[in-house]
Design a protein around this ligand. Structure first.
Ligand code: UP5
Ligand code: MG
Length: 196
């Protein structure tokens, strides 16, 4: 797809900050297509015949960033699919880009982002949310060892992406520590003008 044909909003925030939860609200109320890079990687990991299954599993358990070629290809395919089957062009790209090289590659080769929605939350709160979800999620990275590694990767590797867009004045910051409803009302308030 060419320049201007799609609208992309990046959704970033630490592990368990509530990216997926708030994206579902935005899908319900504004008709976005929600693409979670983590969900796409997990689906690829489970797809029979995938040559990347084992690699993805290892990276996710270790909280490391899967080589970007894999993730960018999955996102691009999912975008093409949504455009051709649903005729939709407004995307929330959740949990991506989480490393500077991904940000550059995606914006050069796929689409430029309008802005980044950034969910800010303390590690204590995120840890509690993830451990609770881990009781039932079945996610191989919802355990204390993996969670600590995910926090570390987020600080060292992903925060520079947020800082990069902050310098371009393209970040909408949301305090993600309150209830789901409280967070969503802030999202709506901050985005009213931008979502028209
Ligand atoms: N919850 C949500 N909001 C709440 C609130 N306000 N109050 C109380 N509870 C709240 O929420 C997490 C849990 O908290 C849920 O149980 C929810 O009900 C509750 P969720 O909305 O799922 O948070 P989210 O930010 O989406 O957390 P997630 O665990 O998905 O974040 P991660 O960024 O860690 O996971 P992701 O799936 O994006 O990535 C997983 C791994 O994939 C990465 O670690 C990495 O290894 C790999 N990856 C890449 O390699 N490259 C990529 O580009 C992307 C991922
Ligand atoms: Mg998520």
């Amino acid at each position: 797809f060419g320049p201007g044909e799609v609208s992309v909003i990046f959704v970033l925030g630490g592990p368990g900050a509530g990216k997926g939860t708030q994206c579902q609200n935005l899908v319900r109320d504004y008709g976005f297509v929600h693409l979670s890079a983590g969900d796409l990687l997990r689906a690829e990991q489970n797809r029979e015949g995938s040559e990347f299954g084992e690699l993805i599993k290892t990276y996710i358990r270790e909280g490391k960033i899967v080589p970007m070629e894999v993730t960018v290809a999955l996102l691009e395919n999912a975008m093409r699919d949504a455009i051709s089957t649903q005729r939709k062009t407004k995307f929330l790209i959740d949990g991506f880009p989480r490393q500077m090289d991904q940000a550059i590659k995606f914006e050069e080769e796929v689409a430029e982002s309008r802005f980044t929605l950034f969910f800010e939350c303390s590690e204590d709160t995120m840890l509690q949310r993830l451990l609770k979800r881990g009781e039932t999620s079945g996610r191989i990275d919802d355990n204390i060892e993996s969670i600590k590694k995910r926090f570390h990767t987020f600080e060292v590797t992903s925060m520079p992406v947020v800082d990069y867009y902050e310098k371009k004045d393209k970040v909408v910051r949301i305090d993600a520590s309150s209830t789901q409803e409280g967070v969503y009302s802030q999202v709506k308030k901050q985005l009213t003008d931008k979502l028209k």
